[in-house]
Design a protein around this ligand. Structure first.
Ligand SMILES: CC(C)(COP(=O)(O)OP(=O)(O)OC[C@H]1O[C@@H](n2cnc3c(N)ncnc32)[C@H](O)[C@@H]1OP(=O)(O)O)[C@@H](O)C(=O)NCCC(=O)NCCS
Length: 120
């Protein structure tokens, strides 16, 4: 999933706010979880969150999700964030800025856990 970091997403240092980056990660990971669960999921846990480099306004922010584990109702996904500087003077190749492990639970229409369908 790709988007651009905007001025409204900055923190008091002028860099991009970590909470905004986490929401992009949650969204990116949930798209993969939706596909695996064949429907709705809710985020139940986030662990091993790390930010290795700052993100600047105008950076193109790319979120990549990789499946770690499928449980009975849960799906664990490792989400990485990579940045491609496009508008800043440091234009160049992509580099990794953050990583975390997200756990999603497949939920039914009433928000209760449901079994994940068998994977093909
Ligand atoms: C998602 C939710 C329905 C799960 O309900 P629950 O009562 O915790 O469900 P369970 O205890 O049966 O656990 C469901 C699965 O999640 C896993 N799980 C629960 N809490 C976890 C945690 N803290 N860390 C890792 N896995 C966890 C369980 O191991 C289980 O996995 P499995 O079925 O693959 O073995 C409930 O926690 C919820 O509604 N949470 C709020 C979701 C939300 O609003 N998220 C933010 C916005 S999306």
């Amino acid at each position: 999933m790709r988007t651009m970091a905007m001025p409204a997403d900055t923190n008091a240092n002028g860099d991009i706010f970590g909470g905004w980056i986490m929401s992009q990660m949650d969204l990116g990971g949930s798209l993969l979880a939706n596909e695996i669960a064949l429907g709705r999921v809710g985020t139940v846990a986030v662990s091993e969150m790390s930010f290795s480099r700052p993100v600047k306004v105008g950076d193109v922010v790319c979120t990549h999700g990789e499946l770690v584990k499928v449980g009975r109702t849960s799906i664990t996904i490792c989400v990485e964030v990579w940045v491609k500087p496009v508008l800043t003077p440091e234009r160049g190749p992509r580099y990794k800025v953050a990583q975390a492990q997200f756990v999603y639970v497949a939920i039914d229409q009433d928000g209760r856990p449901r079994a994940i369908p068998a994977q093909e």
